[in-house]
Design a protein around this ligand. Structure first.
Ligand code: MD3
Ligand code: FE
Length: 219
């Protein structure tokens, strides 16, 4: 029954909004209503372009599994980080970005005050227990004018975010399924990362966290 939309373990509480810093806004549970469909979309995309553990230029295998959809995709290998039009796994274009993904991203950007966001890339990160993403900046894009929109699905994770200098003491927030963060303007080049994922079980994803990162990679 649907007496209370939030009365279940998929979306236990109503949405809310938090300002994290100048340009950064956390839209708690913004994507709860689309979360189950988004997870299904991801499993369909993974049939066309599998999750893979890419290698950094320094030769380390990333613990996060990744795939892309959209016009371009973010990749890394021994020769560096970059965006490219084709999936190195098979040399074909990345799967198109599902319309629902685009609508979530644009809707969140507007809610955070960024009109006109047109993402050309959606990186899909898969964290299994033990996976993490070290502190970094997103700076492989051709423009930093557009915001970045991040959608969390499945198991909760501790997200780490600092300032524009690596040595600034970072803050930590727990991101849960359906939470969306928008980073733009002065927050666009902030350092950020994800702490080692704790084990758990989630109704939508099982023992895993999925994250959609929407970016404008080409000017
Ligand atoms: C803060 N992914 O793929 S996106 C990444 O949860 C990445 O998988 C994280 O960082 C994840 O590069 C979080 C959140 C994010 C993205 C870009 C940012 C936070 C940001 C840019 C500036 C500041
Ligand atoms: Fe990042």
């Amino acid at each position: 029954m649907n007496g209370n939309l939030f009365d279940d373990n998929i979306c236990p509480r109503p949405p809310s909004v938090e300002h994290l810093s100048e340009g950064a806004m956390l839209l708690r549970r913004f994507a709860c209503g689309n979360a189950a469909a988004a997870v299904q979309c991801i499993y369909e995309l993974a049939k066309l372009s599998p999750f893979r553990h890419m290698v950094t230029p320094g030769g380390h295998r990333m613990s996060v599994g990744m795939l892309n959809c959209g016009l371009v995709g973010w990749v890394t290998d021994r020769s560096g980080y970059r965006y490219q039009e084709v999936d190195p796994e098979h040399g074909l274009p990345w799967p198109p970005m599902p319309a629902m993904f685009r609508e979530i991203a644009i809707g969140a950007a507007i809610r955070a005050g960024f009109q006109g966001f047109e993402p050309d890339c959606c990186l899909i990160n898969r964290y299994e227990p033990g996976a993490k993403l070290s502190l970094h900046q997103d700076k492989d894009e051709a423009t930093f004018d557009a915001p970045i929109v991040s959608v969390s699905l499945g198991l909760p994770a501790r997200f780490v975010f600092g300032g524009l200098a690596r040595n600034e003491r970072p803050r930590r927030i727990v991101l849960e399924s359906g939470d969306v963060v928008v980073w733009g303007g002065p927050a666009r080049l902030a350092y950020h990362g994800v702490d080692t994922l704790a084990d758990g079980e989630h109704a939508l994803t099982g023992r895993c966290r999925l994250n959609l990162t929407f970016r404008r990679a080409r000017a």
